[in-house]
Design a binder for this molecule. Structure first.
Ligand SMILES: CCCCCCCC/C=C\CCCCCCC/C=C/C(=O)SCCNC(=O)CCNC(=O)[C@H](O)C(C)(C)COP(=O)(O)OP(=O)(O)OC[C@H]1O[C@@H](n2cnc3c(N)ncnc32)[C@H](O)[C@@H]1OP(=O)(O)O
Ligand SMILES: Cc1cc2nc3c(=O)[nH]c(=O)nc-3n(C[C@H](O)[C@H](O)[C@H](O)COP(=O)(O)OP(=O)(O)OC[C@H]3O[C@@H](n4cnc5c(N)ncnc54)[C@H](O)[C@@H]3O)c2cc1C
Length: 618
């Protein structure tokens, strides 16, 4: 199709079988990007053409039965043997077996394996290795490898998530993804030159350095060990848009259906209103619509930031890695929580028909909800963001300037809210900044007091982790509100569009405050009177948004084929579609189902049932 943007291509492919999770998904999303970013030029030259042409089909095998979150705890080993210039891959324990990687069980013939590197008797932590697991001739499993699927899951039925173990499998030294770490003897200066002189030496020189690696087993450390986690950062940065997409699609279905569905005469003999006219329906759906817009904008921002930081990393500047990690980890968690909870609300808002697969909603839900777990469990990811916020807090206290999106940290907390009946966007942002700044400070104070009370650092961290979680969540929420406000103010939209989008943005901010009121009121930042302004504004915004609600979901522009929903059809022919869906059910293809003869007839008509059947009944 000539689509050159990788992310766009990924979404395009997804549309071919929407929410089915392609058995090649990991190949596109993680295997190819890992080769692109973590392999040396020689390795890329060898593997990329094969992978791009589907000769090599691969996945990313990191998680094990015993460990997912704690990467340093992985047990698969890769021990270098300088005599044969090979690595020996081994799964020494039950818990070391790879477990969960997508597309692994039956589809892939290769995978990138994360294993503990051992060379010259020393352990060097987790590193990546390219491992062939199946024959490229007949797809048979290669010796030294055990691979299979892990069985049924909550969803992801079309994806062969698998297990994998190695029995002292030997792979060539060249199969370690050595872009950043190398086994061999090269002068340390060369490694640093890669980054500091990259613009001053001919590119060919740089490539040569990779082929100068000696083979005696000497290990050269990367500039930053977390460079090896780059593929996870890429996907976390992409998941935000993915979660937004799921929530937006659920909103399309639920809001369109709510405009078609009529229920309960408003007064005796009166017309039954469209259910979208019920204020309680608007209360549940319109904030989700606002969230979908907000998360889409946040997704764009974080992915662009990923591209920018990645560009800097390519040039040897790793300064922004911690910010990107904190932003992508936090927003991945925030967006997948919001989207998963929101999709379920959309389903409930469709009443009984929402529970049918015909609504399309169950498929969207099971597609989005594992985003709370994969690429880093959400609580763990929020705590990574909190870790960064704590560092920022102590830097702010030392008078250091902080990067843009954390500049609010350490601000004066004695300010009062400027909120008035009008509910200005600036006052909304100020409120979110205040809440996040206060929660960051409260978590830091808690840590400090536990440490002063004699707790060790890790005990104090655990003893403060609920407050750290609150702080990180408030930070991500602030980011989404501020980014939404900035997007409306910066974009050259028509004045009519700005008017509508301003209402959507205001609703996002107002609803978020009302749902988390305690955090905004605990220190008296808002008065009771100001909360009244917000409540009235929220109800006024529902009326404001109602005439545009269907247009606002149409604007997401998802074709019916992608929505896969009888309820969310563009033409509104919901009832005919539901009836056709029922008629096409396999059980309706015969008048009498086979189970009648096997189970029901012996009960209903025992006298005409065969002896064998009678016996079975006894
Ligand atoms: C262009 C191509 C586009 C492709 C399009 C794709 C579109 C995709 C759209 C949607 C996707 C849908 C399909 C996706 C399918 C997904 C399949 C799932 C795959 C997987 O799940 S793979 C396995 C993922 N596993 C994890 O995420 C594990 C989580 N755990 C960790 O990341 C870490 O272990 C940790 C962060 C929890 C802790 O790290 P560790 O123990 O090693 O280190 P610490 O001592 O705690 O921390 C040290 C230090 O490092 C910092 N740190 C950690 N990680 C990073 C990082 N990535 N970058 C920078 N810094 C990092 C950490 O904060 C500490 O810092 P300080 O010491 O505090 O300074
Ligand atoms: C659909 C799906 C697809 C996947 N695809 C892949 C894949 O392609 N490749 C791959 O390698 N992996 C894959 N995974 C695995 C996934 O990356 C891990 O499951 C995920 O990283 C979470 O790790 P875990 O299972 O070890 O959870 P655990 O860490 O065991 O989490 C269990 C609970 O413990 C808590 N917890 C753990 N550590 C801490 C901590 N330090 N502080 C506070 N709380 C903590 C968590 O918050 C959570 O509540 C996939 C998983 C799923 C569900």
């Amino acid at each position: 199709m000539g689509i050159t943007d990788m992310q766009e291509a990924f979404y395009y492919r997804e549309c071919a079988a929407a929410h089915e999770n392609s058995p090649l998904g990991l190949h596109y999303a993680m295997f190819l990007p890992t080769i692109n970013k973590q392999a040396t030029p020689e390795q890329k030259k060898k593997w990329l053409p094969l992978a791009e042409n589907y000769k090599m089909i691969g996945t990313y095998a990191q998680t094990e039965l015993g460990h997912g979150t704690f990467i340093r705890g992985l047990e698969t080993t890769a021990t270098y043997d300088p005599k044969t210039k090979e690595f020996i891959l081994d799964s020494p324990t039950l818990t070391s077996k790879k477990y969960w990687p997508g597309c692994l069980g039956k589809t892939s013939n290769h995978c990138v394996v994360m294993a503990q590197l051992y060379t010259q008797g020393k352990s060097h932590g987790p590193h990546m290795f390219m491992v062939q697991i199946r024959s490229m001739e007949d797809h048979s499993v290669l010796p030294g490898i055990e691979v299979g699927v892990i069985g049924n899951k909550f969803g992801y039925g079309t994806n062969d998530n698998g297990f994998l173990s190695f029995d002292k499998l030997r792979i060539p030294r060249e199969n370690m993804l050595m872009r950043y770490s190398q086994v061999g003897r090269i002068p340390r200066e060369n490694m640093l030159m890669r980054y500091s002189q990259v613009s001053r030496i001919p590119r060919e020189n740089m490539l040569m350095r990779y082929s100068q690696v000696h083979e005696d087993g000497t290990y050269v450390k990367p500039q930053n060990a977390k460079l090896a986690y780059g593929s996870m950062v890429l996907i976390r940065s992409s998941i935000v848009s993915d979660a937004a997409r799921g929530l937006a699609q659920a909103c399309v279905i639920s809001i369109r259906y709510s405009a078609v569905r009529r229920q309960t005469e408003a007064y005796p003999g009166g017309e039954e209103p469209q259910i979208l006219d019920y204020q309680t329906q608007q209360y549940r759906l319109f904030p989700l619509l606002a969230s979908a817009y907000s998360l889409q904008l946040a997704g764009k921002y974080v992915f662009n930031t990923y591209l920018e930081v990645n560009d800097q990393i390519e040039k040897g500047n790793l300064e922004s890695m911690p910010e990107l990690h904190a932003l992508s980890a936090g927003l991945k968690a925030f967006s997948t929580y919001e989207a998963s909870a929101g999709i379920e609300v959309c389903r409930i808002c469709c009443g009984g028909h929402g529970y049918s697969q015909a609504s399309g909603l169950p498929k969207i839900y099971v597609d989005v909800v594992p985003g709370c777990t994969y690429e880093g469990e959400n609580t763990v990811m929020m705590l990574q963001t909190a870790r960064y916020l704590m560092k920022c807090y102590s830097r702010a206290k030392q008078g250091q300037k902080l990067p843009g999106f954390v500049q609010y940290i350490g601000q004066n907390l004695n300010k009062k809210s400027c909120m008035s009946e009008e509910v200005a966007l600036g006052c909304l942002v100020m409120a979110y900044e205040h809440r996040a700044a206060r929660l960051v400070e409260a978590a830091a104070m808690r840590m400090q007091s536990l440490i002063q009370g004699g707790k060790k650092q890790h005990e104090a961290w655990n003893g403060s982790s609920v407050q750290l979680f609150w702080a990180a969540k408030a930070h991500c929420h602030l980011f989404c509100v501020k980014n939404f406000v900035d997007a409306i103010q910066a974009k050259s939209l028509s004045s009519k569009t700005v008017t509508v989008m301003k209402s959507v943005c205001q609703l996002y901010g107002v609803h978020g405050i009302l749902e988390n009121l305690g955090e905004f009121m605990q220190d008296g930042f808002f008065s009771g009177e100001q909360v009244g302004y917000l409540q009235r504004k929220m109800l006024a915004l529902f009326e404001n948004i109602r005439p545009n609600a269907v247009a606002l979901v149409d604007a997401f522009d998802y074709p019916d084929m992608v929505l896969g929903s009888c309820l969310g059809r563009y033409d509104g022919q919901v009832y005919q579609a539901l009836y056709d869906y029922a008629k096409s059910a396999p059980m309706n293809q015969t008048e009498i189902h086979s189970t009648y003869y096997k189970h029901l007839k012996p009960l209903i008509n025992p006298e005409t049932t065969s002896d064998a059947m009678q016996f079975a009944k006894l």
